[in-house]
Design a protein around this ligand. Structure first.
Ligand code: FE2
Ligand code: FE2
Length: 474
């Protein structure tokens, strides 16, 4: 059970480690200042119907009630320890899982944790203005839920830094509160986390595509030989599922509404669709292309000696490592990666160890494909002849083998000029952003009401009705 009587709720018996407790209690006000300055704008007095973790057991961890977000009980929750857990891959395979950080891997592991930790506050910063244009109280509550949980994920990584990395860890924990998404002088570490999330379509795409990258990274870290990291990530994954739900259903509801309006009014042309105040399907496709491509970059280079080292040394595993039936060493195995040679995309075999980023990216793509086909079903059901497609994975890439090449969504290698001539057929044009923004000029806050451009969800949160007062403004 989680101890909520402590200043910092936890299930790690924090009170027994006075030094750690003091260090975290020192970090806590800095965190709250960060939340105040860069968390959801003008939200500090709202009572929000939020879930709070009360235990880490799969069936008993969520409790719902009204909370003012600055009073949300952010804390430290780890999956319980399995005393028999072993290292499941790499050269230390078969050793007992590590309870402390081996000196030789200290700086690498710290880097991995900082990079993961940095994404959590970044997304809160990216989304901070969206509450002002929410399409309903239900959606407003959902974005706030995502935001407070990303805040908690930051706590999770900061706990590891403070507990296991001494002074370096404490400095990194402070720096996590100092970087800012999109800041020119002190940006967040990864590219996609410096992109603006200017509207709700972007938010839903972000939670579908980019939070899912979070899921796959956490899954790989949940395999880590460093047991406290594995246990921390396991619990974060239970929260992440809701974020992806928000994204997938959000886009589904936008598509649903667009299709309903198209059918009712018998229109297909995007400008006619826009005249009716909903988001045309080609614009949804362009947003999809953007969010998918910038998220693919987050997996890193297709061929990476760092990825190989992380794996060999046991720091970061593969997706569902223990379910894979092989030697978990990969010393002999090969894996196909794409590259551009002489104006053509060719596939070549490389050492599977160096291709682990690409492998994780492909695991991710498989899950994305099934989500996109669920969106397609909404369009098919409405009998509208439009296909949502995932662009080729080389499209609009800035990292890896496709970086510096100009690949069309269909996977043709183009000249820079040819690509640029088409870019706004493929990616959101300034006019698309302006149109979507124009739909979201104010917030819809009457219980049970939804903005014109989005369908209501099929059910409320925690079995509450759709017209439940999910947020009270006071
Ligand atoms: Fe997160
Ligand atoms: Fe998330």
């Amino acid at each position: 059970m989680i101890n909520y009587t402590d200043k910092i709720p936890n299930n790690i018996d924090l009170g027994r480690d006075r030094v750690l407790q003091r260090a975290l209690e020192h970090w806590q006000p800095a965190y709250l200042n960060w939340w105040h300055d860069t968390g959801p704008t003008e939200s500090h007095a709202f009572d929000v119907y939020l879930r709070t973790a009360t235990s880490v057991e799969p069936d008993g961890w969520a409790q719902f009630g009204y909370v003012r977000m600055p009073e949300y009980r952010w804390g430290i929750f780890l999956q319980p320890r399995d005393e028999k857990r072993q290292v499941n891959f790499g050269i230390h395979k078969g050793d007992p899982a590590w309870q402390e950080v081996p000196g030789e891997y200290r700086s690498t592991l710290r880097r991995v944790i900082v990079t993961q930790g940095d994404t959590e506050p970044a997304s809160v910063e990216q989304q901070r203005m969206l509450g002002l244009s929410c399409p309903s109280l239900y959606d407003l509550r959902n974005i706030f839920q995502v935001n407070v949980e990303e805040g908690r994920h930051l706590w999770a990584m900061v706990y590891l830094l403070h507990r296991y990395f001494g002074r370096d860890g404490r400095e990194e924990a402070e720096a996590l509160l100092e970087r800012r998404s999109g800041d020119t002088d002190n940006p967040r570490i990864l590219g996609a986390f410096n992109e603006p999330t200017p509207d709700w379509l972007a938010f839903f795409m972000f939670t579908f595509f980019t939070d899912r990258d979070g899921k796959f990274q956490l899954c790989a870290l949940a395999e880590s030989a460093f047991d406290p990291l594995a246990r921390t990530c396991r619990f974060m994954l239970t929260e992440e599922a809701h974020h992806m739900f928000v994204g997938e259903t959000g886009v589904t509801r936008i598509i649903q509404r667009t299709c309903d309006v198209m059918k009712e009014n018998k229109v297909e042309d995007p400008s006619d669709v826009r005249a009716l105040g909903v988001i045309d399907l080609p614009t949804i496709q362009r947003y999809l292309n953007f969010h998918y491509s910038v998220t693919l970059d987050l997996y890193g280079s297709d061929v990476s000696s760092n990825a190989a080292n992380y794996y060999t040394s046991g720091l970061k595993g593969r997706f569902e490592e223990t379910k894979i039936n092989d030697d978990h060493l990969l010393s002999e195995a090969a894996y196909p990666v794409s590259e551009v040679v002489g104006g053509k995309i060719v596939v070549k075999q490389v050492s599977a160890l160096t291709a682990l980023n690409e492998r994780l990216r492909e695991d991710y793509i498989r899950e994305i494909e099934s989500g996109v086909s669920r969106w397609q079903r909404v369009i098919d059901k409405a009998e509208i002849p439009f296909r949502l497609t995932l662009p080729h994975k080389g499209f609009h890439r800035a990292i890896g083998n496709f970086a510096g090449h100009f690949i069309s969504p269909e996977g043709e290698v183009l000249s820079e000029e040819a690509w640029k001539n088409h870019q706004f057929e493929w990616l959101p044009a300034p006019g698309d952003h302006a149109y979507v923004q124009s739909l979201m000029s104010g917030r819809v806050v009457e219980p049970g009401k939804f903005a014109n451009w989005i369908a209501p969800p099929t059910r409320g949160i925690n079995n509450q009705p759709l017209n439940f007062e999910y947020v009270r403004f006071n």
